[in-house]
Design a protein around this ligand. Sequence first.
Ligand SMILES: O=C(O)[C@H](O)COP(=O)(O)O
Ligand SMILES: [Mg+2]
Length: 418
Amino acid sequence: MTGIEYDDFLDRTYDPAATELVCTFRIEPAEEMTIEAAASRVASESSNGTWATLHVDESELTHLGAVACEIDESENEITVAYPADLFEAGSMPQILSCIAGNIMGMKAVESIRLEDCEWPESIVSGFPGPQFGTGVAREKLDAGDRPILATVPKPKVGLSTAAHARVGEEAWRGGVDLLKDDENLTDQDFNPFEDRLAESLAARDRVEEDVGERKDYLVNVTGETTEMLERVDLVAEHGGGFVMVDVITCGWAAVQSVRERCADHGLAIHAHRAMHAAFDRLDHHGVSMRVLAQIARLCGVDHIHTGTAGLGKLANEDTPGINDWLHGDCQGLKPVLPVASGGLHPGVVDRLIDALGTDICIQAGGGIHGHPDGTHAGAKALRQSVDASLDGVPLDEYAQEHAELATALDKWGAETPR
Ligand SMILES: O=C(O)[C@H](O)COP(=O)(O)O
Ligand SMILES: [Mg+2]
């Protein structure tokens, strides 16, 4: 018989093996509990322990205990190493039920936030990663080395199908690459999915023919999983190149299914992160956006929203750091294109590019359609702001020769909205 004690999961001398999944948590121990005891319980509950001592026949047991191996008291940070055999290959739900499962609500901690993961090859190899990733700029569009530009028609819901396609057409003609649905536009009566798909792609084809630049449409296929897969098939049938998925509200298992179906059709996935802030907004509890972005890359999205480095309307954690991770090496997976979105307009584009570089997608809804001269002028102004920034010309100087940008700067200046 062997005993599994709940305080057996701490070993500050332990050096994690390269095969292990290593997670960093920020924890606030419960009252009158030491950080060592709380760390041990985190490692226990997230692997093979529970609140009571267990007695198990050694011959019938695979040892799968995690080890709390580092504690930084000054930051309340702990590191936990998980053996690879704890995990089912290729199942993101199963991994999350370990490393972000019961521990999120256990009384041994006042609060706990999963901050970062180091993913070993043994786990990464179970996932497909992106099909195209940052390559979409050249493989599916003609953006070359500049940021890809996208727009969401506003108001986000309520426009008829014809109006939606017309707004898209104006924005494409003004210089954006991608028309995007909003996160809560799927298949409602005022703008049914298949009608919108057909009319928007017909508009795309007209624009491509006229302007000689490839354009595409990020149609929101979000829904119940079987329904969503049918929508993915429809996108392929109608000749679209991308789908958009609200990855947090759908759940990672559904994202994995969509990724598989998209591979059958060669479609890229634009991941919208609506609801992420329920996990990542508090800096002491939940799951960080960094980890959500890592999960998205493993599951195989090609784009993901990661914030605006503080220049937009939404609260963000470390956008540059997350983007660096998405662009960097991850056991051979393709890099993901980070999307900056939420309250952007031409007057902040120079600082956005300074902060995040050019290997990004810049998405503006209100910052295009709120232009005093309308969507077409708004799209031109956004493209002009990118051209100016890439040429190293100050926006106000460039605006002297570019009327649409001048009007946008008169309206919004360089302010960041709330
Ligand atoms: O889904 C999005 O990315 C947002 O709708 C952005 O809209 P905004 O540019 O008007 O903030
Ligand atoms: Mg939106």
